[in-house]
Ligand binder design. Structure first.
Ligand SMILES: Cc1ncc(COP(=O)(O)O)c(C=O)c1O
Length: 298
């Protein structure tokens, strides 16, 4: 699955540090930490009828990530929210919109790794695009040889821009002809796919890997809440790839693609041995939440 250029995004305006610039003029400095070290944190947000879904949870994670990374000169929550609003207004965007919200450590006074060289505060970027959920009806996964980071290296609780291991997993998936790479932890248990969390359902019970190695996704948390609300048995577990192969249903979660069925992993078809689809129940409830929930910004 390869995303295509959407002509509706040809002349979008991008917010960078208080300015709204045409996409061709929107640039960060060569001294910016994101250029020099991928030293930034980010969030993907989705807008439904002028409402940003789970805005508070996304901003909480952004500020937590920035704090954990010792960013200085972090913009206030109200400033970030206002930047998102201004970007949506400037682009006349209300629905089927995806926002990539990035906060970098900012500009350095000279090249170097030391965060004390960043003396201008953070750089805030709001990139909103017309983008309906990107995944097709169902997708395929291929297990990757690239492991997800453990807290021993880069803690997955920090939603940072150092995405190289996930990009390498995506390259492997492309080579294997699959839509996404299934990434394991250091012991070989399932962690997540390269850009989305993963779930499986066996005999009506919903399971997802512990968030030890995977990003604790906000859509993932919403799905766990929905299971609680619908009295569907659910748990975070340590789980192997074979258990995913033999599950009744497998799906991924993420802001970009919402909830997407996985039909095949490593050439093994995912076969539902029961008459009902628990995934469809969860998807129905998720759609209902996106129709009514979220923070109204435009
Ligand atoms: C590695 C990774 N996993 C999972 C997700 C899904 O997280 P969320 O549901 O918060 O969009 C993302 C989204 O940014 C991601 O980058």
């Amino acid at each position: 699955m390869l995303q295509a250029f959407n002509p509706a995004n040809r002349d979008i305006r991008v917010y960078i540090d208080g300015e709204l610039l045409h996409r061709d003029q929107a640039r960060v400095s060569v001294f910016d930490s994101s250029v020099q070290g991928g030293d930034a944190v980010w969030e993907g947000l989705r807008v439904y009828d002028g409402r940003v879904f789970s805005l508070d949870a996304h901003l909480d994670r952004l500020f937590d990530s920035a704090h954990a990374m010792w960013f200085q000169g972090i913009p206030a929550r109200g400033e970030v929210t206002e930047a998102i609003r201004q970007t949506l207004v400037a682009n006349d965007m209300r629905d089927d919109v995806h926002i990539r919200l990035t906060l970098t450590r900012g500009k350095k006074i000279t090249s170097g790794m030391d965060p004390r060289l960043n003396q201008a505060g953070c750089t805030l970027i709001v990139l909103a695009e017309h983008k309906p959920p990107v995944y097709p009806e169902s997708i395929t996964l291929a297990t990757s040889s690239v492991r997800r980071n453990s807290p021993m290296s880069v803690d997955s609780k920090i939603h940072h821009n150092n995405l190289i291991n996930n990009i390498l997993a995506k390259i492997e998936a492309n080579q294997a002809g699959a839509d996404a790479g299934l990434m394991l932890d250091k012991d070989g248990f399932v962690s997540e796919a390269n850009g989305v969390n993963v779930f499986c359902i066996r005999r009506g019970k919903v399971r997802t890997p512990y968030a030890d190695y995977c990003l604790p996704g906000i859509t993932r948390a919403t799905v766990l809440d929905i299971c609680g609300e619908l009295s569907i048995h659910h748990a975070e577990v340590r789980i192997s790839v074979s258990e995913f192969y033999t599950a009744d249903e497998v799906f991924t979660t993420g802001t970009m693609g919402e909830l997407t069925r996985v039909r095949e992993i490593d050439g093994r078809q995912i076969v539902n041995k029961h008459d009902i689809s628990v995934l469809e129940q969860i998807q129905d409830r998720f759609r209902a939440l996106t129709r009514s929930g979220g923070t109204k910004l435009v």
